[in-house]
Design a binder for this molecule. Sequence first.
Ligand code: SF4
Length: 462
Amino acid sequence: MTVTQEPAEPAAELAEQPYTYRRVELAEPDWRRFPGWRDVTEAQWRDAQWQRVHCVRNVKQLRALMGDLLEDRFYDDLVADQQELATMSMLLPPQMLNTMAPHAGTDPAKVTEAFYADPIRRYMLPVRSDRDPDWPSHPHSQRDSLHEAEMWVVEGLTHRYPTKVLAELLSTCPQYCGHCTRMDLVGNSTPQIDKHKLALKPVDRQDAMIDYLKRTPGVRDVVVSGGDVANVPWHQLEAFLMRLLDIETVRDIRLATKALAGLPQHWLQPKVVEGLARVGGTARRRGVNLAIHTHVNHAQSVTPLVAEATRAALDAGVRDVRNQGVLMRGVNDTPAQLLDLCFALQGEASILPYYFYMCDMIPNAEHWRLSVAEAQELQHAIMGYLPGYATPRIICDVPYVGKRWVHQLAEYDRERGISYWTKNYRTGIEHDDPEALRRRYPYYDPVSTLPAAGQQWWRENG
Ligand code: SF4
């Protein structure tokens, strides 16, 4: 018997790519759509001081800005969150607020819905109903979940990796992100969280840091952070960077600033651009790699002003501007959201899409966190679209281990959502620990992502 086969029709899904790239030119949303900024001029908008003075810090200021655009239920939800769950206080520069719900129109019902759904709003202006109702915190969540303060060699200087340190120069930022991993220290206290305070005066802390680095030539890479370095008065930051550049063993300096996206006006001020050129020139002459690391989580944040500030920094002699975003549910948890952001950064703003961190295990963050399995799927889904050097790695920052690519785990209990990780160096507090390199270190998925049996296990054992 002869069997003939009909020529197969190609299945529709075979013809389509999971993601289609289309160039999207950057646009600054029109701030005049908010009643409180109806008369704000472009010159005011570009003024860093105007931006700082007009930050939104509380519900009253948000109401004054929005007029009738938001329904009362949103404010009630916001107040409930601030009183019951928020780990960060509210601080929103106009630039950042203006990237929320940019096309929502003027119908209050539609604007309210758009605000609820908005990815920037979801992490910069969290409301009570966003949070996980059953497990707002993981049983293993901690205030300083990465144990940075335990690894301080002098106040604010974390020596976690053999060749690298993190220098926290201050504990404030021009904007406060709801998911901040340094919620223990950064920002103002909230009803839930009494913040720790840095005790030393900035000048004494900086002296102690410089002294440690001079005494420790094995450290070659200094991340200068906070908080956000945009809140360090420029002359102080420049002086500190020049002192770092005087230490011959320091070969990489990275400035951590979300303000490049949240308040690009800061990085466009002539005194900052000129100062950066002095620092960049010195770094270049001494063969030191000076870079800016910023923190952008969604394509909506990448506006022409962000691109302009980035180019100003590159022209001033900064070798690279790189993005370290945070992976969060409802913000950037789909391949399309991640790729749209990466193409906006790489193609339109000259920012290298370097890392996405998994959101850390801090209190009340479970609604943002993804499981390691979800992060692995996302990593797979974004491969192959961007240039290899601009394809970001998704990173799990495992307590007492450090950054690991999400596929590097040693073992994974999917039912209970516990992954186990190993490491190949001792942190600063493990020189006397013979087991440090043989131990397996756990990391925990959000309980709500687990199968029923796993959730039951946590109800009984959590
Ligand atoms: S800018 Fe960075 S340090 Fe500041 S609140 Fe946001 S995540 Fe925390």
